[in-house]
Design a protein around this ligand. Structure first.
Ligand SMILES: [Zn+2]
Length: 244
C-alpha cells in the first residue's frame, strides 16, 4: 500500500475512508453531528461536501446501529454516490447506483472489487479492494461469546466466526475494522485477538463500542503484546481523523 489514506471515525461502526478520488463510507448510522457543524470531523457526512469524489456507501445489515435510511436521499441527490447494501435491508427504491449484496459473493463496481462474508449476527462483512488497498469491515461478524449463554451456543458462535475468518487467510489486509464490544466484558476482545493472530494486516480500527471508549486501554495492551506488526488506531472521539 503506497497510497495516502484518510480515515474519519464517524460513530460506532461507522467510518469514512478517502483513497485517491474515492470516499468509502461504512455502516453510517448517527446523522447527528458532535456539534452544530455537519462534517466528517464531527462524525457526520454532509452530502454537499466531496461533490468531486466518487462516493461508495456500504451497509453491512439492517440493524439500526449500522444503517440510516438517509443514505438513500443522498444517492438521489448526487449521481456520484453508489450504495452497496446487504440484502436484508429493506425500504428503498430501485436505483442504477444501488447494488444489493448477498453473503459470500463477489461484485465489481468501477475499479472496486467487493467480496462478502457471512456475519455471525445478521447480514454481511465486506472485503473491499481498490487503488491497490484492501480493506475489511466486519459489520457484525464477530465472536459473540456472552457470559451466561449456553455453552453450545457460544461454541457454535466460535466455530462460525473462525470459519469465516479463515476465508481471509493467505492474503494481506491493509486496513481492518473489527468489533470490540465492551458489553461482552471479559470476552470483548476474543474476536479481535483471534483475527490479529490469524490474519496479516497493517492498520486496525476497533469499532462497535458506541460511547464507551474505556475499552481502548485493553485494546492497547493486547496490541502491544501481539507478535505481528500492525498499527492499532485507538479512538477517543467522534470525527477523529487519521492520516497515513
Ligand atoms: Zn451491531
Amino acid at each position: 500500500m503506497n497510497k495516502q489514506i484518510e480515515i474519519w471515525y464517524l460513530y460506532h461502526s461507522g467510518f469514512a475512508v478517502k483513497i485517491g478520488q474515492k470516499l468509502l463510507i461504512f455502516d453510517y448510522y448517527s446523522n447527528k453531528a458532535a456539534n452544530s457543524l455537519p462534517c466528517l470531523y464531527n462524525g457526520v457526512f454532509n452530502p454537499e461536501d466531496f461533490r468531486d469524489l466518487d462516493i461508495f456507501i456500504f451497509v453491512s445489515h439492517i440493524h439500526h446501529d449500522h444503517f440510516n435510511p438517509i443514505i438513500f436521499t443522498w444517492m438521489e441527490q448526487n449521481p456520484n454516490i453508489h450504495i452497496i447494501i446487504s440484502s436484508d435491508v429493506e425500504g428503498y427504491r430501485a436505483n442504477a447506483n444501488l447494488t444489493i449484496a448477498e453473503t459470500e459473493m463477489s461484485y465489481v463496481i468501477d475499479d472496486i472489487i467487493i467480496e462478502t462474508l457471512t456475519s455471525t449476527d445478521e447480514g454481511i462483512a465486506f472485503l473491499v479492494k481498490t487503488e491497490g488497498v484492501s480493506l475489511f469491515h466486519a459489520g457484525d461478524l464477530h465472536w459473540w461469546h456472552w457470559d451466561g449463554e449456553k455453552e453450545t451456543i457460544n461454541k457454535q458462535m466460535e466455530y462460525q466466526f473462525k470459519t469465516q475468518i479463515q476465508k481471509l487467510e493467505n492474503q494481506h489486509i491493509d486496513i481492518a475494522f473489527l468489533v470490540a464490544d465492551p458489553r461482552q466484558e471479559d470476552f470483548a476482545l476474543l474476536g479481535l485477538e483471534w483475527f490479529l493472530k490469524k490474519i496479516s494486516c497493517s492498520h486496525v480500527f476497533p469499532m462497535h463500542f458506541s460511547d464507551n471508549y474505556s475499552i481502548m486501554e485493553r485494546i492497547d495492551k493486547i496490541s502491544s503484546s501481539n507478535q505481528r506488526s500492525f498499527i492499532m488506531h485507538l479512538i477517543s472521539r467522534r470525527g477523529q481523523h487519521f492520516l497515513f
